[in-house]
Design a binder for this molecule. Structure first.
Ligand SMILES: [Zn+2]
Length: 249
């Protein structure tokens, strides 16, 4: 159930029952030889849809483009700077808080967003702590949940892709995109080397030099929609645990 499909009166009615909202956040960036540019937003949106079905919690507007400066050496990648992303998150949260939303579950698909999302949360809390938040703004519960790091998802990734999951263009996230968009499933592509090297990076130039086909530490050639469907279910169960733990349910 998406906020964008409700009327304002239906939104008021929803708020009388619940004050929670799921906010998918991801990225548009290269995902190696067989991964879609939108992998990091496709995955959390797909998980959010099942999670919303299970809980009745609304899905808010996706933040489709994240902090991905290091991927700009590859066609199709887009970044917003950390300062921009902080402002986007702040403005979305404060707009929704004005209407009575108090519990925000940011369902994230991109590791590069983590530091910035946490900084945005700190900015919002700091305003309240310093006494600058609007008087009527209630206490806000801001949660960041990375779907790919849940306990069940991690166990499943280790079982299906031992030693080849890596940290970027992983077989798990690519499987989930094939489940979400079977019509866009990519044909098998030879990976050279079969398992990409690991390591860290700085700028986009540095990244492209170290990781020429875009992967880090992974072999995503075994990604399938069937595994993606199982991972999606595991991710929903992991997210339900997080929602219960943070008293959204
Ligand atoms: Zn990714």
């Amino acid at each position: 159930m998406y906020l964008k499909h409700l009327t304002w009166r239906e939104t008021e009615q929803y708020l009388q029952q619940k004050q929670s909202i799921i906010m998918p956040i991801g990225s548009h960036e290269q995902h190696g030889p067989n991964g879609m540019i939108g992998t990091d937003i496709i995955c959390p949106v797909r998980v959010a849809e099942d999670l919303s079905q299970e809980t009745g919690i609304l899905i808010g507007p996706s933040i489709e483009v994240g902090m991905a400066q290091h991927h700009l050496g590859f066609a199709g990648s887009i970044t917003v700077r950390p300062t921009t992303l902080i402002l986007i998150i702040e403005d979305y949260v404060k707009s929704l808080a004005k209407h009575g939303f108090t519990h925000f579950f940011f369902l994230n698909g991109h590791g590069g967003n983590i530091a910035t999302v946490k900084a945005a949360f700190a900015e919002i809390h700091a305003e309240a702590s310093l006494g600058r938040a609007p008087v009527q703004q209630p206490e806000l519960e801001l949660v960041l949940h990375n779907w790919y790091q849940g306990r069940r998802v991690t166990e499943m990734s280790n079982r299906y892709f031992p030693g080849i999951e890596g940290s970027h263009a992983t077989p798990s996230e690519i499987s989930l995109t094939f489940h979400a968009y079977p019509e866009h499933t990519k044909p098998a592509v030879p990976m050279e080397p079969r398992v990409a090297r690991g390591g860290s990076f700085g700028s986009a130039v540095d990244y492209r030099r170290k990781f020429p086909d875009g992967r880090i530490g992974s072999d995503p050639s075994g990604a399938t929609a069937k595994i993606g469907a199982e991972l999606c279910q595991a991710a929903v169960t992991d997210a339900l645990d997080a929602l219960r733990y943070r008293e959204f349910l």
